[in-house]
Design a binder for this molecule. Structure first.
Ligand code: HMG
Ligand code: MG
Length: 302
């Protein structure tokens, strides 16, 4: 066991969390959410996506959101860019990091970005090159590293294959994503090990959706391998529009509670984070998806 003493969280609520909302969420609400999150101590925030508005209408306000945030120097703002068109739009809004997103499953790659894994890498390569030349960091999201809504179980070899392709085009770090939250600790560890054949421990992160309630267990399993970068979504918002039935990411509040309870530093103020989660849940007109937030809010009310 080599538990890290600190964990860096990438808050993906504004992007992964809100992309699946059926009702339009005003840009002003997204901007305020980002600002509340940075005020709570989040140092990395995935803000939006520069994808086709026909595919994901909720992210059509990417420019308004990115240009509306009162940015803080020590916060890294990342955005998703599936191709050069997305990159060119994104770069005008000065992201600190861009994210190319591929899948370990062929079927999911087709459904999500309308091309094969090999074609996606061909599209990503010039995006990665342009970003690195412009001094913008590059992350690669790897979907369906444990299971796929169309193909079922995904072997670690396929995760390794994708991680190798990502490394080959210059991606600096990768997210091992359990898109539909079917993973359990040993399977997530095997997917992580496959990614670690190509990236070192500082350059892999866990991105666990909580559909089956396994995300915290999977987080602990990854922590035990020394992984210290994770992604989570305030109030447990979200889901992927191309992974039907998949719920949101593990709630940031729940991960922070787990980590602080284990003596692992995050730099995050849990109370302020709970407030941000309660606020966005109220804006969306639904209860928070965070168990920890529910408990802490009930305790406050009592
Ligand atoms: P396509 O239809 O194959 O693209 O879509 P195309 O190049 O043939 O272009 C078709 C039209 O889209 C054209 O417009 C393009 O201009 C436009 P038209 O001439 O028809 O009016 N277009 C764009 N518009 C805006 N921004 C762009 C862009 N590119 C083309 N960047 C494409 C390919 C990738 C664009 C499409 O499939 C797409 O936008 N997919 C997005 C899917 C998505 O955002 N999914 C959710 C994020 S991934 C996720 O949530 C998983 C993650 O959280 C990890 C995990 O949990 O697994 C990251
Ligand atoms: Mg996701």
């Amino acid at each position: 066991m080599k538990l890290p003493y600190l964990v860096q969280l990438v808050e993906v609520g504004p992007r992964d969390g809100l992309q699946n909302e059926k009702q339009p969420v005003p840009a002003a609400t997204k901007i305020e959410l980002v600002q509340r999150l940075q005020a709570a101590g989040l140092k990395e925030i995935e803000v939006t996506s520069y994808v086709s508005p026909k595919w994901v209408p909720q992210m059509a306000d990417n420019h308004a959101v990115m240009s509306g945030i009162a940015r803080v120097d020590d916060v890294r703002y990342s955005v998703l860019t599936p191709n050069l068109k997305g990159y060119e739009a994104a770069v005008a809004d000065k992201p600190d990091e861009i994210v190319v997103f591929g899948a370990a499953s062929e079927a999911f790659s087709q459904k999500n970005i309308n091309c094969s894994i090999a074609e996606s890498i061909e599209r990503f390569a010039p995006v990665v090159q342009a970003a690195l030349a412009a001094g913008i960091a590059v992350r690669g999201a790897m979907s369906c590293t444990v299971g796929c809504p169309y193909e079922g179980e995904i072997s670690p070899e396929r995760v390794g294959y994708l991680a190798g392709l990502m490394k080959g085009i210059g991606v600096q770090r990768v997210d091992v994503a359990d898109t539909i939250g079917v993973g359990t600790p040993r399977k997530v560890q095997a997917a992580m090990e496959a990614a670690l054949k190509h990236f070192d421990i500082d350059h892999v992160s866990g991105h666990f959706h909580d559909t089956y309630g396994q995300a915290l267990s999977n987080t602990l399993a990854a922590l035990e391998m020394g992984v210290w970068n994770f992604q989570s979504s305030v109030a447990g918002l979200g889901g992927c529009p191309y992974a039907k039935g998949a719920t949101g990411n593990v709630a940031t509040e729940d991960v922070v509670y787990l980590l602080h309870g284990m003596g692992i530093d995050t730099g995050i103020d849990l109370d302020a984070l709970v407030d941000a989660g309660a606020w966005i849940s109220e804006q969306l007109g639904r209860p928070t998806g965070s168990r920890v937030a529910r408990a802490l809010l009930a305790k406050r009310a009592g």
